[in-house]
Design a protein around this ligand. Structure first.
Ligand SMILES: Cc1ncc(COP(=O)(O)O)c(C=O)c1O
Length: 402
């Protein structure tokens, strides 16, 4: 870990990878669980096992409420966003199916799809995104075939922070009887989402980014319709029907197979409850998230730095349809060198590179595929940390120019 800046505290701007800090309530509940319970869910009838089982039910039910799903049963707890995405895709796709996705997706969508294209005869089409990092549903219409089964779309780019409008994708999918799968890893906790209102069939997400559960958590919502014939990614013990060695575990145990990360389950239950019960802690009186005004001032200050390009933004540089992720490139600079100087000379933790998004960078005008320097704020990133970061960048670029 980088030495903290003495006056401002730690400047952690990689919340899109995983968020820090977690909330005091999450930390207190996890500590209490580890200290006084420590048992696992669904494996015994003694009191601490029952308590662990309650945490699992709470996690599923709080997440269902947060996502507007009608039943807690429609949520499965996962180990990461990657696990949730792989489990969701594998659950419904079969050899010979055709999938439409976009160039803005994370590799945890692209890699399984391309691997299964090579190994099991899946067919994959990509809709290219625009210079902001979003793709148009209209561009997917001509790609629909007789065997098209599913559209996989990210709710926001983890490189540019641009939020994808889901409504046109939902309309397209349902007009053609396709499954709509949404990757909400970057938006959950930052933006409201309602799977029933938006007609989302499958929603996969990390739990440890904007939602602020522990790293090593994820979740998968699958609509009752898609739970039928859902193919499990893994098989094994669930604590139920232990005499059987054949047959598939029923949903959601088909995904929650093996012992879960119980500290993570507790953190999911509490993080989701916090968002449900006290959104005021994260929003102002008008319901606007605190991060939004800080993001706007960050973008405006970055814009004023000579030689710095804010990737995926154009005038008037508004943040209305953004999450708190900003990527930059600087004339004549390798983004990795910039990240290194920010870390070592200023104690600012930010990430450089392709951000596990293999296909978006060319669409963002990055001919050499070097990627971006990405700053991702969290719910509690302070205005002082933002001002310090802008100042550091200004100094670095000004020294280079001198
Ligand atoms: C858009 C998106 N999808 C999926 C993932 C994968 O999540 P996890 O790191 O929990 O596997 C990430 C992580 O960065 C992401 O940004």
């Amino acid at each position: 870990m980088t030495a903290p800046n003495p006056s401002i505290g730690r400047i952690y701007l990689d919340n899109a990878a995983t968020s820090w800090p977690k909330s005091p309530q999450v930390l207190a509940s996890v500590t209490d669980y580890l200290t006084h319970c420590g048992a696992t869910a669904g494996r015994g009838s003694y009191q601490s096992a029952v308590d662990a089982g309650r945490w699992l039910l709470d996690a599923r039910s709080n997440l269902a409420r947060l996502l507007g799903a009608s039943q807690a049963h429609d949520i499965a707890i996962c180990h990461s966003g990657t696990h949730a995405l792989n489990a969701g895709l594998w659950g419904v796709l079969r050899p010979g199916d055709h999938v439409i996705t976009t160039s803005a997706e994370h590799n945890s969508v692209l890699r399984p799809l391309f691997h299964w294209q090579e190994r099991m005869g899946l067919e994959v089409s990509i809709v290219q995104c625009d210079a902001s990092g979003t793709a148009l549903a209209d561009d997917a219409i001509g790609l629909i075939r007789a065997n098209t089964k599913l559209i996989a779309i990210g709710h926001a780019s983890n490189v540019t922070g641009k939020v994808q409008r889901l409504e046109p994708w939902s309309q397209l999918a349902h007009a053609h009887g396709l499954i709509l799968m949404v990757d909400a890893s970057q938006t959950l906790g930052y933006l409201p989402l309602n799977v029933e209102q938006e007609s989302i069939d499958i929603l996969a997400s990390a739990g440890h980014k904007g939602l602020r559960a522990l790293t090593g958590t994820g979740l998968l919502y699958v609509s009752p319709k898609c739970q039928t014939n859902f193919m499990p990614l893994m098989l094994g013990g669930t604590g139920q029907a232990s005499e059987q060695v054949q047959g598939l575990n029923p949903w959601p145990l088909s995904v929650e197979v093996g012992n879960l990360n119980m500290a993570g389950v507790v953190s999911l239950a509490v993080a989701a409850r916090e968002l449900l019960e006290s959104p005021d802690g994260l929003s102002d009186a008008q319901g606007e998230c605190h991060w939004k005004s800080r993001l706007q001032s960050f973008v405006m200050s970055l814009r004023a730095i000579d030689g710095l390009e804010i990737v995926g933004y154009s005038p008037p540089f508004e943040v209305q349809d953004r999450i708190p992720v900003v990527s930059v490139r600087a004339d004549g600079w390798d983004v990795h060198d910039l990240a290194n100087i920010l870390d070592t000379a200023f104690g600012i933790e930010a990430r450089a590179g392709l951000h596990c998004a293999a296909l978006i960078h060319q669409d963002l005008g990055d001919q050499h595929n070097q990627g971006t320097l990405r700053f991702s704020m969290g719910h509690t990133t302070s205005a002082a940390a933002i001002a310090y970061t802008v100042d550091a960048l200004r100094q670095i670029l000004a020294e280079e120019a001198a």
